[in-house]
Design a protein around this ligand. Sequence first.
Ligand code: NDP
Ligand code: PYC
Length: 338
Amino acid sequence: MNQTVKIRLNDVKTLAHDILKGAGYGADHAQSIAEMLYTCQLDDCQSHGLFRLFMCIDTIKAGKIDGQAEPQITNPGKAIIRADARGGMSLLAMQAAMPELIDKTREFGVAAMAINRCFHFSALWPEVERLSAAGLAAIAMVPSHSWVAPAGGTRGTLGTNPLAFSWPRQGKMPFTFDFATSAFARGEIELYKRAGKPLPDGVAIDKEGNPTNDPDAALGGAMLTFGGYKGSALSIMIELMAGPMIDDLTSLESHEFAEGKGGAPYHGEIVLAFDPAQFSGGKLAENDARAERLFADIIDQGARLPSQRRFAARERNLHRGYVEIPAALHEDLLALLP
Ligand code: NDP
Ligand code: PYC
């Protein structure tokens, strides 16, 4: 970051909330979106923090979202919870169904939540981390828009399709990771564009299918998956599990639905939760200790666990009472205020 601005923690939520309300989101949606943006900004997740307000506003402007939608929660199967966002942003539906997902997982050992008919702009780690705070392991997956070429392909078919996992640890922050199955998240490429920086190799191809380091050419061409055919296969799995399996759209279909009008993708999300206590054969403490041995062996080598940067940022920002964002971003956000 070059020039930065410090924003006090409470002001992060207020700024986001006021922009969202002013743009036409209902009070509950504005509150849940602002909370998510604050949570990400607190952890210095720049690509899905306050920066994502632009996508939220573009979504309203595109005219397809219902900014007042009230989610509806149903139980199509014993351990399945369906949270129908009914054409609104995903977060209110997710929040409404989360307590039931936790209860069902404790009851059955395994449970799944399908969020349907939602616009989706956010990071997934806050959702799986919340489940780990309740002592559960969790996986969350979501498609997006068909910006990403399959390995060996030349045009966008897959979404940036993030995969998040979290594992509860006694008395410690959970083991959590959350990443796009594209080499870069779309939001990260947009940040490179804003900063006028070239992309590293291996992130995207241009419209003609040639490798490119130019963010504009990447956004107009196709993104690449991480890890070649391995990331590509994981991304296809996410399309299937969070698309047709839960009776919702693939990234291709979401892209078509948008009709080039911009804003957040519209599709579904799946969250799977597991209760380690019920798998443990009565040896939860012993099994937890074995998991801790695994983490210790990783850390002993000087490697770091995923999310450590994030947890450190959270602690630092909470301690000092503010977050720092680029001054140019702050200026552009202020211009969104009603
Ligand atoms: P990153 O590449 O920034 O990070 C991926 C994960 O890897 C993080 O958990 C990170 O931990 C960890 N990590 C990074 N470096 C190391 C390292 N050296 N050793 C161990 N772990 C490491 O993620 P992306 O840019 O791919 O995704 C960013 C966010 O974008 C995600 O939260 C994702 O959910 C969101 N997203 C949302 C989409 C949507 O459709 N809703 C689509 C695509 C992405 P740490 O944070 O501590 O560095
Ligand atoms: O960064 O790829 C991304 C993204 C897509 C939808 C929300 N974020």
